[in-house]
Design a protein around this ligand. Structure first.
Ligand code: AR6
Length: 231
């Protein structure tokens, strides 16, 4: 079950720094405490086939830059499985960089059920989307649109029709939206990352110079947009 997975995660994978037990208190349910929390998936590393080593370097660098600029924020990288390679790489690199583990950590679970299944409150979640900002397509995008219902699609259309790689858009969720009511998520930030999958639009043909630049842009856009929600 989900909770069994969480307990397991807490013992073995629960935080960036295994000696630091701070995450346990978050799992107890008292997570927000006025701290703005962004949960985000690893952009581009599954369907878009971006290299995991390169992506993990970019995640850790981008997080570290962002946390230097803001207090009272928390960033949480989420993936579905405790065997997630990207979570393991990021945990290792974040520990090496001495990133504060109360401000940035990893979490195993479904990003659409962080509160209802994981007892972990995040007010903002990021989505790894497609250029048309359309529901479906698999991965985290399909899951988020499914969980949020029509209200996310409608609210998204009010903000943007399309997105170019390296950009993001903030979508406020109406308070009547089931996702808002159930999960306490007030905003979804759609992010479009670089694509290394020949079957998808904007294919970069293995150009990692351009790909890394776009992924860096994607995370800075995501984090700046997150900060803009409460600043
Ligand atoms: N909760 C948490 N993490 C998840 C979930 C979930 N429910 N589902 C997937 N992940 P991907 P991309 C993780 O493929 O590579 C879509 O079709 C997953 O394990 O969703 O940026 C869009 O429409 C991985 O670590 O996004 C685009 O066309 C991460 O989320 C395309 O895929 C991102 O995987 C975007 O591809």
């Amino acid at each position: 079950t989900f909770s069994a997975e969480l307990e397991n995660k807490n013992e073995e994978h629960g935080s960036l720094n295994d000696e630091n037990s701070s995450e346990r208190s978050f799992v107890g349910g008292s997570s927000c405490d006025g701290i703005h929390t962004l949960a985000f998936p690893s952009i581009s590393t599954s369907d878009f086939q971006f290299d995991l080593e390169k992506a993990s370097d970019i995640i850790v660098d981008s997080v570290s830059d962002f946390l230097k600029k803001f207090d009272s924020v928390r960033l949480v990288l989420v993936d579905l499985s405790d065997k997630s390679k990207i979570l393991a790489l990021v945990r290792k690199k974040a520990a090496e960089k001495n990133i504060e583990s109360s401000k940035f950590f990893t979490f195993v679970g479904d990003i659409t059920q962080l509160y209802t299944k994981g007892n972990f409150r995040c007010n903002v979640i990021a989505n790894a989307t497609n250029w048309r900002l359309k529901p479906g397509g698999g991965g985290v995008n399909a899951a988020i649109y499914r969980a949020a219902g029509d209200s996310l699609e409608i609210a998204t259309k009010e903000q943007a029709e399309t997105l170019s790689p390296g950009n993001s858009v903030v979508v406020p969720l109406p308070s009547s939206s089931p996702f808002h009511l159930r999960e306490g998520v007030t905003h979804v930030i759609h992010v479009l990352g670089p694509n290394m999958n020949p079957q998808r639009p904007n294919y970069l043909k293995n150009d990692y110079v351009e790909g890394c630049k776009i992924l860096r842009d994607a995370y800075s856009s995501l984090f700046e947009n997150f900060a803009s929600i409460f600043n």
